[in-house]
Design a protein around this ligand. Structure first.
Ligand code: SAM
Length: 241
């Protein structure tokens, strides 16, 4: 026999109807993940404005410019909400020609060397439309040429407030983290879009690159702030000793 309490609880958790099941199952996983990526960038932007973390937005893995454009748009929104503007340069790094050579340790059934090859002219046009009065720079080329052994100052970057790592591979992520290191400050938020892929293997992908980076730089302390979407995770630089 059910009590009034059980009945109340049961009514709050009805069995999923066919309609509800259809909504979840018909929502394209890539779309669902992209929407959660936007939310992740929005949260990071909000935290920057709330805590007044100044600096640039760096993105490693621009592809069509979807998340890059969103970052510029939501930054404008934060200007309005907080009634102050953080002077920011949005800097995107991509070959616009896919991954190039994929090393054996980075091989993955979903990644081929030309996956993510894209028409750069179209990407620039879209970004220009979104940018309006915001400053942006796109650095075209493979990271092995554009950021390995390069300094952040070579691209006019001083401090970063958000680093979006969306380049999937361990090698690319390692290059991105090492390049960005001088720009890190208390409050920099690093978003890893593909943190949990590669079947959770500890020796692969963005996860492994970040573990190695932390081991090599024990003076930089990170705090995990949130997970999102299908494989994303974000950290904040808590302090640098
Ligand atoms: C998943 S896509 C980025 C998606 C994008 N952030 C978005 O939201 O639409 C990954 C991108 O990383 C770039 N990439 C990965 N490794 C790279 C490397 N070593 N050099 C240059 N670009 C690289 C690829 O060209 C690709 O465009």
């Amino acid at each position: 026999m059910s009590s009034p309490f059980t009945e109340k609880i049961t009514s709050l958790y009805p069995p999923a109807s066919l309609f509800e099941i259809l909504i979840i199952s018909s929502c394209q996983p890539f779309l669902e993940h992209t929407l959660s990526k936007y939310t992740a960038i929005k949260k990071a932007m909000f935290m920057n404005y709330h805590d007044n973390t100044l600096g640039d937005y760096l993105e490693f893995g621009v592809f069509t410019g979807s998340s890059f454009n969103f970052a510029m748009k939501i930054d404008k929104k934060m200007n309005q909400i907080f009634k102050r503007k953080i002077d920011t340069q949005f800097v995107g790094f991509d070959s616009f020609d896919g991954f190039g050579e994929i090393k054996p340790n980075d091989e993955h059934p979903s990644f081929k060397s030309n996956t993510f090859k894209v028409d750069k002219k179209k990407v620039i046009k879209n970004i220009e439309k979104s940018a309006k009065d915001q400053k942006f720079k796109l650095v075209e080329g493979f990271y092995q040429k554009t950021i390995e052994n390069k300094k952040t100052s070579d691209y006019g970057i001083n401090k970063s407030r958000i680093i979006m790592i969306d380049c999937d591979l361990k090698e690319s992520t390692t290059l991105a983290l090492n390049f960005s290191k001088p720009s890190l400050q208390e409050g920099t938020i690093i978003i890893f879009d593909d943190f949990n892929f590669y079947k959770g293997n500890r020796n692969k992908g963005e996860y492994c690159a970040f573990q190695n980076f932390k081991n090599q730089n024990p003076n930089i302390k990170f705090r995990r702030i949130f997970d999102y979407g299908y494989a994303g995770r974000a950290f904040i630089v808590a302090n640098i000793d």
